[in-house]
Structures are given as structure tokens and as C-alpha cells.
Design a binder for this molecule. Structure first.
Ligand SMILES: Cc1cc2nc3c(=O)[nH]c(=O)nc-3n(C[C@H](O)[C@H](O)[C@H](O)COP(=O)(O)OP(=O)(O)OC[C@H]3O[C@@H](n4cnc5c(N)ncnc54)[C@H](O)[C@@H]3O)c2cc1C
Length: 405
């Protein structure tokens, strides 16, 4: 973002770095804590398995954590896309009339096909091997290079006939922006939280002030129920996801709950739940509300295109790969694709190459496919291990999940 001049356009007041991460098992309460500070207050990324209780680890000041390093920075997708669009506009204005880029807003690509067969009239360009894009609002466009940045069901990928094998996880990801009861405490590092439930992981990721981002992977039935709840009942369900035992949560979101509201269930079930048995971290904040219109859900899938390039076609982002949001890496991979492809196109332009030809695109495909495959494979294996450990219900699984005991 810095390299292309878009960093300056980002709304920094809506970005939040965090310096620690608490991950725990919803069944056994076993946990792991990552941060950049050891017990003596020195830097270096540390992982501690066991209890995350105030004391030696939190005796380091917020400043020590901040100096020791950032685990990740939270930034809403709309912040990134708005910054990029502003930068594009700025570059367009600077390039003068006629030489700039055209952004066709509020337009749908209705079809993509190859151009007509070559004519005998040599004054007509031969577009028979060029993608021709028909849109709902403009005349057809011929593309020397068509970049498919059109998401998991990519029409560009379908046009190029590139297979993208994979599978559905049978889960939906529910996202929302949450309001917390208070800003993060000053005596603890800014922390991201993730609890592994038998139905999938639920994560609370810090945003500036007293806000946080929710990513909750769960069954399609639970996701549908969550989306049907009023804001206050949705808020109660989120608190339940972090504070109650899985059996309680399953009741609250399941068909047996009938008209029992999550808020009333949470009120009495929480009193009867020992936080130590759920593994709830000491500084875990209370969720007070949800930002209007921010709740959405998406089916979770793993897909990886066999190749990222075809004749006059390149795929980037989710068009090329989709992964489980467990590690929050999907968009990051897409941004790295864009950076890599831009580098190859620049090289091609500087050296007079045809930017739609395989000679120009092959380095992009080779570099990004291998790098993404490592991440796609690792995240998928984590999901399979999770399914085995939770799904089997075997005694050995329970010991493995809580192995520090
Ligand atoms: C629940 C959940 C949580 C996630 N959390 C994270 C996270 O924390 N960090 C992270 O890095 N990633 C995360 N991801 C992944 C991230 O959201 C995606 O990887 C990213 O949005 C993909 O961006 P993209 O531009 O490639 O595709 P998309 O965001 O799908 O954009 C594709 C665009 O193409 C447009 N389009 C498609 N077809 C047409 C057409 N025919 N005509 C015109 N336009 C068209 C669509 O309208 C859309 O605007 C998460 C994903 C999920 C599901």
C-alpha cells in the first residue's frame, strides 16, 4: 500500500494493531497465548501454553508489548477499497485527460467470449483470441489482458476454463462489527481472541476504541438463527459463544430453544458457569452491541485454481483461491497476488512485451501459485485436524486438545 501511494489514503483512525493473541479450546479450556514479550519483559515472539492469568505475563506494560512487535493490524475491507479508489482517482487526475483509466462503476459483466474470427480485411484487428467483455452499461471491451479479480465464483475463471478443485466445509462464516462495554484495558496488550468450539472457531479481533470485529464460523443452521436475531439477542448470543459451555450454546442456537431468548438463557446459564472451566481469558471484554447493518454470513469453502494464467487471462484473489477464515489470510493472499502481477506487467511494459502473452505472465503464475498453495494447504490441514479432534469425540482426542494437562 505504501509502495503504490495508497497508504496515505487509509483512514488510520479505523485501523488497529494488536500485540497478543489468546486461543483456547471451548471444550477442555486449554489455551495458548502469543505475544512479543517474555516473562522478563524482553522482546521476541513468545507462545505460552497453559493458563493466561494476570501476573507475570501482564506485568509488562502496554508500551513494552507495543515495542515488542505487532502480531497483526486490523483494517476493515471498506477502508482498504476506499483508499485504493481514492488513489486511483488521484493518479487519474494527475495523468491528464485522455491518458487515464476509466472506472466503470455500477456495471455488471454480463458475458465474456472470444472475438469474431479473423477477417480477410487486414485493416480490422484480429481479436479472435482476445477476451471480449460485454457489460450491462457500456459497449463491448476487448482485453489485451483480462484480470479476473471477480471472487470465488469467478466468471473470468469459467471463461478461461480453469478448474478450481476444492470442497465445502459445511460451515458459514458470520461477521459483524461489535461494540464493547469499555475500551481495552490499559494494563494489558491489545489482544485478539479465538475460541475453538465443536461447531467452528469464533474470533473477536480488536478495532479502535471500544469496537471489535467478529468472525464466527459455525453450522449453516446456527448462522441462519444468528442472522434472524434482533441486535440485542445477537449480542447475547455472541457473549454466550465466548462465555458458556458448548452444550449451552447448542441449546440456545438449536431448535429446542423454541422461543427462549438468548439473553434470558445467557443471564442464568452464565451465573452457573465457572469461567475457569470455559477457559475465558482474564481480560476478555463484554460485548454490548452490534453495529447496524454489519451482520453478514458467507459459506466457507476451500478452492485452488489449477493455474492462475491462461491466454490473455490472469486470476488474482478469491478467483484463484479461497480459504477458511480461521487464519484471516484470504485478502492478504489476494493483495500479494496483485502486487506480484503488477510487477510482471510493469516489467512487460518496460520491455515491450505483450502483457497478455504467456511469456509475460508465467513468472506471476509460478511465484504465486506455490506460495498460496502452502498457505491454502496449511489452513486446510488445520481445519481437518480440528474436525478430527472435535468430531471423533474419542478419549485420545480430548487428551490431545488439552495436552498441557
Ligand atoms: C467470514 C469471512 C471472514 C474473513 N476474514 C478475513 C480476514 O480477517 N482477513 C483476510 O485477509 N481475509 C479474510 N477473509 C477473506 C476475504 O474476505 C477474501 O479473501 C477477499 O474479500 C477476496 O477479495 P477478492 O477481491 O478477491 O474477491 P471478492 O471480495 O469476492 O470481490 C469480487 C468482486 O467481483 C465482483 N464481481 C463478480 N462477478 C462480477 C460480474 N459479473 N460483474 C461485475 N463484478 C463482478 C463482485 O461484485 C465483487 O465486488 C474472510 C472471508 C470470510 C468469508
Amino acid at each position: 500500500m505504501k509502495h503504490i501511494g495508497a497508504w496515505e489514503e487509509m483512514d488510520k483512525s479505523r485501523m488497529q494493531a494488536y500485540h497478543a493473541m489468546d486461543v483456547w479450546d471451548g471444550v477442555s479450556g486449554s489455551k495458548i497465548h502469543f505475544d512479543g514479550v517474555d516473562q522478563a519483559g524482553n522482546g521476541g515472539l513468545m507462545g505460552a501454553i497453559g493458563d493466561i492469568i494476570p501476573g507475570s505475563r501482564f506485568s509488562a506494560s502496554r508500551r513494552q508489548y507495543e515495542e515488542a512487535g505487532v502480531v497483526a493490524t486490523m483494517c476493515e475491507n471498506s477502508n482498504t477499497t476506499s483508499a485504493l479508489l481514492r488513489r486511483l482517482q488521484e493518479l487519474n487526475n494527475a495523468s491528464g485527460s485522455g491518458a487515464g483509466m476509466a472506472v466503470l462503476d455500477k456495471t455488471k459483466v454480463s458475458s465474456i467470449s472470444l472475438g469474431p474470427p479473423a477477417s480477410t480485411d487486414i485493416s480490422n484487428p484480429d481479436l479472435s483470441q482476445w477476451p471480449i467483455i460485454s457489460t450491462t452499461t457500456h459497449c463491448p471491451l476487448a482485453a489485451r489482458l483480462l484480470v479476473g479479480a471477480d471472487g470465488a465464483n469467478s466468471p473470468v475463471r469459467a471463461f478461461a476454463d480453469i478448474p478450481a478443485p476444492g470442497w465445502d466445509y459445511g460451515q458459514h462464516g458470520v461477521v459483524a462489527t461489535l461494540q464493547l462495554s469499555q475500551p481495552y484495558p490499559l494494563d494489558a496488550p491489545r489482544t485478539a481472541y479465538q475460541r475453538f468450539l465443536p461447531t467452528g472457531p469464533v474470533a473477536l479481533l480488536p478495532l479502535p476504541g471500544a469496537r471489535a470485529s467478529l468472525v464466527w464460523s459455525t453450522t449453516p443452521a446456527h448462522a441462519a438463527k444468528l442472522k434472524s436475531l434482533s441486535p440485542s439477542e445477537f449480542t447475547a448470543a455472541v457473549n454466550a459463544a465466548f462465555r458458556l459451555m458448548p452444550v449451552d450454546l447448542n441449546y440456545i442456537l438449536g431448535p429446542d430453544a423454541g422461543s427462549d431468548a438468548p439473553s434470558s438463557e445467557l443471564a442464568w446459564r452464565e451465573q452457573a458457569t465457572n469461567p475457569a472451566s470455559t477457559g475465558l481469558p482474564a481480560h476478555f471484554p463484554r460485548v454490548e452491541g452490534v453495529q447496524e447493518g454489519s451482520i453478514a454470513s458467507f459459506p466457507l469453502r476451500m478452492r485452488h485454481a489449477d493455474t492462475y494464467t491462461g491466454h490473455r487471462v490472469a486470476l488474482i484473489g478469491d478467483a484463484a483461491h479461497t480459504i477458511h477464515p480461521l487464519a484471516g489470510q484470504g485478502l492478504n493472499l489476494g493483495l500479494a497476488d496483485a502486487q506480484s502481477l503488477a510487477k510482471e506487467i510493469s516489467y512487460g511494459v518496460e520491455h515491450g512485451m505483450d502483457i497478455g502473452g504467456s511469456f509475460c505472465l508465467e513468472n506471476y503464475g509460478a511465484a504465486r501459485w506455490a506460495a498460496n498453495n502452502a498457505v491454502v494447504g496449511t489452513v486446510d490441514k488445520l481445519m481437518r485436524v480440528r474436525d478430527r479432534l472435535f468430531g471423533a469425540g474419542a478419549r485420545a482426542s480430548r487428551y490431545l486438545r488439552g495436552w498441557e494437562g
